[in-house]
Design a protein around this ligand. Structure first.
Ligand code: SAH
Ligand code: SF4
Length: 311
């Protein structure tokens, strides 16, 4: 498929095509995932991210395994079937104890999705064997030079090796990229979309870059929302059966449900207790008080009103 040509189409046309492919391939169900931001400790220093290790102003936290388990069980009892555990990249948990906690959540009936950055093969396997089903690791950009610039000391090659290990271990694999990184052009976007297709991702999250004041990219503008929306719709066309969430960064801009008519079929509901979420500022965002039960009921109601089926 000529991705360049798809990008030339107008948004309305792409949305229509993506919506029809979505309906034929994954139906009207909208999957609601609970997102728990378990720790903001990170040894990496990604130029775009507020959790980067050089951000010394940030108060770092780590939820205890007991608190993670308690919050996850509450989410399950409220109707969530999947929990996404996300954090900075660090070794702040004992991996064996962590795997035991994952096994408990799995036995409880939750589908556990992990997003902790690049882990070693051994640790990925340990967590998979404990029952984790899915792993999210965005490649962020398919341009290896830009990747190396934004992630000093790291390579796109290593990121992709990690993604292939995740796939080989049998995880449902999620990846994606950011729209609006510096020095990006149309070719970068085409290559990003091509890489998603090559990886044959099970899940794809496409975020909009939002500048954070304590990062080297503080003075840039946010990424273009219109291009991000087109990328989401094109992803549905390229990977008809994949799960596509409305990324939280995209929902910061205007109508957060709009992408449900342009290919998306998943939404993440943040369930991180406010005391922690206040310090999980990857990009600047308003943190509201969470109420796991009320938030889920509202989401279900909204989705039903859209004529879709929340699960
Ligand atoms: N540490 C893990 C997971 C947490 S970060 C990892 O990096 O994979 C999750 C995602 O936040 C990243 O994949 C990145 O795409 C996104 N992100 C980071 N900084 C951002 C910013 N300034 N604007 C929008 N998204 C951002
Ligand atoms: Fe750490 Fe992930 Fe942020 Fe990079 S994007 S600094 S790995 S939390």
């Amino acid at each position: 498929m000529d991705i360049g040509k798809l990008l030339q189409k107008n948004t309305e046309e792409l949305f229509k095509e993506a919506d029809s492919i979505r309906r034929d391939n994954v139906g009207d169900i909208i999957h609601i995932r609970a997102l728990l931001e378990i720790s903001n400790i990170c040894y990496r220093n990604c130029d775009y991210c507020g959790l980067r290790s050089d951000n010394k102003i940030l108060t770092r936290y780590k939820m205890s395994l007991q608190d993670i388990e308690k919050t996850a069980k509450l989410a399950y009892d409220t109707g969530y079937k999947t929990i996404v555990l996300q954090s900075g990249e660090s070794n702040c948990y004992d991996i064996k104890e962590f795997a035991d906690m994952v096994a408990k959540l799995n036995n409880y009936g939750l589908t556990v999705t992990l997003s902790f950055g690049e882990l070693s093969y051994i640790n990925l396997k340990l967590l998979k064997d404990a029952g984790a089903k899915r792993y999210l690791l965005k490649f962020e950009t398919a341009d290896s030079k830009l990747y190396a610039n934004l992630h000093k000391g790291y390579t796109l090659e290593d990121r992709l090796d990690c993604l292939y290990a995740i796939k080989e271990l049998g995880y449902e694999t999620g990846s994606g990229f950011l729209v609006g990184l510096p020095q990006e052009n149309e070719d970068t976007i085409i290559n990003n979309l091509q890489l998603l297709q090559k990886l044959n991702c099970d899940m794809v999250g496409i975020g909009v870059f939002i500048p954070h004041k304590n990062t080297p990219l503080a003075s840039l503008n946010s990424g273009r929302v219109d291009i991000t929306k087109k990328c989401v719709a094109i992803t549905r066309i390229l990977l008809p059966k994949c799960n596509i969430p409305i990324t939280t960064s995209l929902s910061e801009f205007g109508d957060k449900y709009q992408m449900f008519s342009g290919g998306a079929n998943v939404i993440m509901q943040n369930i991180t207790p406010k005391i922690f979420a206040d310090n999980y500022q990857i990009y600047p965002k308003k943190i509201v008080n969470i109420d796991i039960l009320k938030d889920r009921s509202k989401l279900e109601k909204d989705i039903n009103l859209l004529g879709r089926r929340p699960i």
